[in-house]
Design a protein. Sequence first.
Length: 340
Amino acid sequence: MSKILVTGGTGFIGSHTVVELHNAGYEVIIVDDFSNSNPKILQQIEAIIGVKPELVELDLCDEAIVKNFVLQHNDIAGVIHFAAFKAVGESVQQPLKYYRNNFYSLINLINAFDSKVNLVFSSSCTVYGQPDVLPVTEDAPTKKAESPYGNTKQIAEEILQETCAVTPQLKVTSLRYFNPVGAHHTALIGELPIGVPQNLVPFITQSAIGKRGPITVYGNDYDTPDGSAIRDYIHVVDLAKAHVAAIKRLESNKASTNYEVFNLGTGKGSSVLQIIDAFESSTGVKLNYTIGPRREGDIEKVWGDVTKSTKELGWKAELDLKEMMSSAWKWEKYLQDNPF
Ligand code: WQD
């Protein structure tokens, strides 16, 4: 049974990926510093899979600690690297915090494995900016990111591509996520935003349960059918399964190159107002919202071309908007009765 290291494994996408790795027969070891997650998630994962994954709390920005960790765990067959700061707005206010954390952790990991490792990297569709052509494919040009967060994803991809070009034993897959939403069907794990949610769906569920006031729709004057911005929302469980497919592909040595990029979306776009409708029709809960001004840095519309992911990873998103919204709502209700 291959052992996979999941950095940031108690985070939103990380925790769901730990579950799917277990379901696929992998052993998992988690590294986390809990800077943006809750240690209780480990018990929640155990409640789902029946075993408690090994977890080592450490700072990936400390080169010596990471080197020592890898020396002590020489049975790691692959790495899925989630651990990074990801709040777009915060990154604008604290760029150095983002560049330091997101780059030190990645470079320390690669060096600790002496560049001989199968690595799945958590990237983002934010690297495309506002694409000129939709759906956006992996070979679309990347654009200067609107935020230091987005810049860290773009530059990290360049670091990986350039390192792979001169290091044949380093095999990397960058996964460009569109908009991850929803929660595990057990409602034992899900998104745990810290403070006021910046992302749409956690704000919706907190508004619906009465933790927040009305939703502000950031702009309805975009060049879209209903004027609100469009994104490609993907269920977090579908996203997690794609990471298992990526690890399997790396293990299979099927790829003709040691650096690959894949879009992880559904291939369909939904507007903010459509998400609000989908939530109401899936849950029966009426939402209050107002139309406000556009949010600084937002793009107008993006959805992914997932042909390559389906063909090469043998993966396709299966869960629809109804499941995304109903699972997110079930998780919010669980949190109300079981506050973390
Ligand atoms: C979605 C749409 C908002 C909140 C960002 C990052 C991406 C990833 C996901 C980390 C937009 C609108 C939102 C609200 C609204 N981050 N909105 N009212 O900005 O597409 O992506 O988060 O992994 O890398 O770029 O996601 O959920 O913030 O916004 O109208 O209260 O909902 O304007 O059109 P976004 P989001």
